[in-house]
Every structure is written in C-alpha cells, then in structure tokens.
Design a protein around this ligand. Structure first.
Ligand SMILES: [Zn+2]
Length: 190
C-alpha cells in the first residue's frame, strides 16, 4: 500500500518517516469547567487530515497508529484497576474509532469497557455554536457497573461539553472518573 500522506510505498497507511515527522506527541492537560482533566497529545489543526479519516474504510488503521504513537506512552501513568471507557463506541461504519483508541490503553492494570456509554442524541456538532451544543446534549446512557474507577477516551475535545456530560453521568452511577484522554484538542495551538 501507499502512505496516506507522502504516497511512498509502505506496509502501513502511514510510513515511518511521516509518523516520526508528523506524529511527535506533546501531552498537555486542560481542565474543563467541571474540574475534569483532559490530556491531549496534539493540536487539532496539526493532525486534522488523519482525524478526518475516521469514517473512511482505512480509518481504523490510521486511528490505531495515532493511538500507538500517543496513548501507548501514557499507559504506565494509569492507576491500577482503572477501566478505559470509550465515548459512544458505536461501530456504525464497521468499526468504532473510540473503541480502537481505548483498546490501545489495555494493559495488565487497565481494562477496556466497551459498549457501555452510548449517546442517545448523535446530532452533528460540526460547525455548530457552543449554545447549540449546550441545547442539544448527547444524553448519555451508561449501562456499565457502578463503583469502578474510569478514564474517559475520545478522539477530539472541542468545547469539552461532551466529556463533561459523560463524566457527570458516570459520577451519578458512582463511577470515579480520574480524567479523560483524547488525541487532539481543538483549542490548543501547536
Ligand atoms: Zn509518508
């Protein structure tokens, strides 16, 4: 196959050179209004072409590479016994991009909880205002266990409303949310 970026021949959809040059992660923490800490590894603008592959047939492979380049090094910081919970992992296009990300966090001390946090409202937020997002919450349904420790997993944080809403619903189920981990923050520069 060919590299998604430079078109050189590669075993993976992103060649080694492009991975090294374009995907050097820089972890940053952002605290949302409800106190939830979100760790991101890239500025949205820096990896937008990769993020936009999520509904393409080869997007799963790109997401797996993004997760490997960024989340993998974070694994050892996760407190033992934590469950990684992907936001709304719904495999509607054959795979779920958030499930792929959460899976990359799996270790001896961190398990993944698939299919337990679903949005009942999937209206698109793309290009929408903050007030629109606030007026149209995701309305999450959590069907996992109570009394566990969890880390939320998503690909992008924008306003943070989705993560805050997810954190709040988990808290109502007595889930202790230590924070959230995302690939990209739309608010950060460089
Ligand atoms: Zn390349």
């Amino acid at each position: 196959m060919r590299c998604h970026v430079c078109r050189s021949v590669s075993f993976l959809p992103l060649c080694k050179t492009c991975r090294r040059e374009l995907l050097q992660p820089e972890p940053k923490t952002r605290r949302l209004d409800n106190g939830l800490e979100v760790i991101s590894f890239y500025a949205y603008d820096d990896i937008e072409p990769f993020l936009l592959t999520k509904h393409l047939p080869h997007g799963w492979a790109i997401y797996r590479i993004l997760a490997k380049e960024s989340f993998s090094s974070f694994k050892r910081n996760i407190e033992s016994g934590t469950m990684a919970i992907p936001i709304d992992d719904d495999p509607k296009s054959g795979y779920s991009h958030t499930a792929i990300l959460a899976r990359s966090l799996k270790s001896a001390t961190c398990k993944t909880l698939y299919g337990k946090l679903h949005a009942q409202n999937r209206i698109s937020y793309a290009g929408r205002s903050k007030s629109f997002r606030l007026q149209n919450p995701r309305n999450f349904l959590y069907t996992g266990s109570a009394g566990i420790k969890a880390l939320l997993v998503d690909d992008i944080v924008t306003t943070g409303f989705t993560l805050m809403e997810a954190g709040d619903i988990l808290a109502r189920h007595d889930v202790e949310v230590s924070g959230a981990i995302v690939l990209a923050d739309a608010d950060r520069k460089g």
